[in-house]
Ligand binder design. Structure first.
Ligand code: ADP
Ligand code: ZN
Ligand code: ZN
Length: 673
């Protein structure tokens, strides 16, 4: 029988495609973009066909046969392959490592029969009838202008939707979607949100607005069966709106006509391990590739996007006011902890405000971005502190669970009864986490309904959603939470936000810390006062407890002044030669001993020299040890992105050739350095 050669990308760190033989008559060859099952390293794996050839350079006796081609599945489009190819090139990874992990596992592991069955199940799904959008509220003029601008855009038109919290950005997205769907009944739209916890709220809004329209969600908490079905619905063009977290940027969407990135500034769009891509940046590339509009929405845009809006590369759409009439931005006040000494972490002013909200039957939110009971316990007589023996980090006290936990390697220990060094039985918790604040509030307000929402309280699947529902139903008086509660949620009965411990970020070494802190404070402040203010009622409030009440960052938060704050930060960045005026990549190395990691980085530094590229000295990472691995990093910088890209391509090839046992990884456009 005649055969052809399938050139196949596999999910391995080896930067190569692999040839396999496939028996078929001429003219019957599989298609590029189809998946094939092949033997690899004594396993059967699924790979992506990237080319079909007649001859291979691999010796005849070394050439293996492909086992099956998933021909029941439409091939991934040339455009999708180009997207994966771009991501692979840009982030300096092999194509297979980019293209394959994003596919639903079931596509890779299911037998042909099971795959056929899954595909049939999708055929059976009700054919969506053309939806007439329901319950469209009348937009205010600023919203209408923004929705029209996005909805009527053709070609590549990136827009930054800069709208204060509660300004009704969601409504703008939905009506822009309605316009796109009205124009092209087969259009697909991709909507990205930073957090899985925000999908149910938006999903509800979309379903209510477009009854009968097929909506698919893609995020990490789907079961494999669901993920497969949703992915297929998108791939076959049936799902018209795809709503997902960052991983959905690589979904196959043959009729994509609009991309929406909500909360575009959010660091969660950056994948922090494996392929460290920015879903936002890939989304912009994808929109450019397809010549379609894209909208990036935020109340506190990233400086990168703000810079593009200022320079005219992105169109700036502004919503300056809250959408609900009589819902005004909350008053932000600083509580100077030098004057108002806190009791159990809570100042008298904040306690009075909480009491007032309880009396009025309104909700309050206390925001503290630190879970656990106390970040460390210590012995006052000898100075022992609870350190993780595997990491450069403290063991965090989790009192309800009776445990010390390391948040970096998840080591767990029982709480020691006495100091391991001197035997002192009086070990003290130092500092406060959400559990400790919860305990203090329970004692001070025994009658209050108090709910804590953080990663610990929401470990069970579905429990986060249940907790948010409880808040929405008004069954909570005081909500305590970490950043999980800060983003996006539309809590209607909330009129007070207390921010407990934001000062640490003011003195961080990370040059992005103030940008992040500002965004976080504005986001969490924006949870207050989202419903119309009651007749004669007082405006909602945000109280920030600080020891640095005169710090200009807080001044900008009090004034709700993103514009000036962002301009000032951009000016600083320009002066200090930092992103977005400079492009960076970070090489990280891990070894049992720091010296080995540093040696590797020195060798990496020595194997190159390039004009216009600065390769800095290797340094230990600020958290040097995690899980008994010691880590170092080396920063590469250039004023030119193309120059940096060209350099990285050569350099990664040279690094691969170094054949070291040190584990290394390269991150392009790093966020944490
Ligand atoms: P953002 O995402 O900008 O913070 P949302 O989209 O959550 O704001 O909108 C805030 C609130 O305003 C929501 O409850 C929404 O239903 C309401 N809203 C938005 N647009 C309008 C409008 N044109 N008329 C009345 N209410 C609106
Ligand atoms: Zn001691
Ligand atoms: Zn640890």
């Amino acid at each position: 029988m005649a055969h052809c050669i399938l050139r196949i990308a596999l999910d391995t760190p080896l930067n190569a495609v692999f040839d396999y033989r496939w028996a078929c008559e001429p003219g019957q060859e599989p298609l590029v973009g189809q998946l094939a099952l092949v033997p690899f390293a004594r396993r059967e794996v699924v790979g992506l066909i990237v080319a079909i050839a007649q001859e291979s350079e691999v010796a005849e006796d070394k050439l293996k046969d492909a086992l099956a081609v998933r021909s029941q599945l439409a091939p991934l489009s040339a455009q999708w392959l180009a997207l994966a190819g771009f991501a692979a090139d840009y982030y300096q990874r092999p194509l297979g490592e980019v293209a394959l992990p994003g596919l639903p596992k079931n596509l890779r592991v299911l037998t042909t029969v099971a795959l056929d069955r899954a595909i049939k199940k999708l055929g059976k799904l009700e054919a969506p009838h053309d939806p007439t959008p329901a319950g469209m509220p009348v937009l205010n003029p600023a919203q209408q202008a923004a929705a029209d601008c996005i909805g009527s855009a053709t070609g590549f038109q990136p827009a930054l939707l800069y709208g204060v919290t509660g300004s009704g950005k969601t409504e703008v997205y939905l009506q822009a979607c309605a316009q796109v769907l009205a124009r092209d009944p087969a259009a697909q739209i991709l909507i990205l949100v930073p957090e899985i916890n925000l999908t149910p709220q938006l999903e509800g809004n979309i379903r209510a607005r477009f009854p009968g329209l097929m909506l698919a969600t893609l995020h990490s908490s789907l079961s494999e069966g669901e993920r497969m079905l949703h992915w297929l619905a998108a791939h076959e063009g049936k799902a018209r709106i795809v709503l997902g977290t960052r991983l959905s940027i690589l979904a196959s969407l043959p009729r994509l006509q609009l991309i929406v990135i909500d909360e575009e500034h959010d660091p969660s769009y950056k994948q922090q391990e494996g392929l460290r891509y920015s879903a936002r940046d890939l989304a912009v590339w994808r929109a450019w590739q397809l010549r379609i509009p894209i909208v990036l929405g935020s109340a506190t845009p990233s400086l990168e996007s703000w810079h593009h809006a200022q320079s005219g590369r992105y169109r700036l759409l502004e919503l300056r006011e809250r959408a609900v009439q009589q819902a005004v931005l909350p008053t932000v006040k600083l509580i100077d902890l030098e004057r108002d000494k806190p009791r159990d972490g809570l100042s008298a002013n904040l306690l009075a405000a909480l009491r007032q909200r309880m009396a009025r039957g309104e909700q309050s939110l206390l925001f503290l971005n630190r879970r656990g009971y106390a970040p460390v316990i210590c012995c006052e007589s000898c100075g022992w502190v609870s350190e993780c023996k595997r990491c450069t980090a403290h063991m965090v006290l989790h009192r309800p669970e009776h445990r010390l936990r390391c948040h970096h390697c998840s080591l767990e220990l029982r709480i020691p009864r006495h100091c391991p060094d001197c035997g002192n039985v009086d070990l003290q918790p130092v500092g406060r986490g959400t559990q400790r604040i919860e305990e203090a509030l329970q004692q001070m307000f025994p009658e209050a309904r108090i709910l804590r929402i953080d990663a610990d309280s929401t470990r069970r699947k579905g429990s986060a959603q249940q907790a948010f529902d409880t808040v929405h139903r008004g069954e909570v008086d005081i909500l305590i939470g970490t950043q999980m509660v800060a983003k996006g949620h539309d809590f209607k009965k909330l009129t007070l936000v207390g921010i407990l411990n934001p000062d640490a970020a003011l003195f961080s070494q990370d040059y992005r810390a103030s940008e992040r802190l500002f965004a976080q404070l504005m986001q969490v402040a924006g949870r207050a006062g989202r419903a119309a203010q009651k007749e004669g009622g007082s405006p909602s409030e945000v109280l920030i407890q600080t020891r640095y009440a005169r710090h200009p960052l807080y001044g900008a938060v009090v004034a709700h002044d993103f514009d000036h704050f962002a301009s000032a930060l951009l000016a600083e960045r320009a002066q200090a030669d930092l992103p977005p005026y400079l492009f960076q990549a970070l090489l990280r190395a891990e070894a049992a001993e720091l010296a080995v990691a540093l040696d590797f980085l020195r060798a990496a530094r020595a194997c190159t020299a390039h004009e216009g590229i600065t390769v800095n000295e290797p340094i230990p990472m600020s958290m040097t040890r995690v899980h008994n691995v010691e880590r170092a990093q080396l920063l590469v910088e250039s004023a030119s992105r193309p120059a940096l890209q060209a350099f990285l391509k050569e350099w990664t090839a040279a690094l691969r050739a170094l054949k070291t046992r040190v584990k290394w990884s390269l991150e392009v456009d790093p966020l944490d350095i």
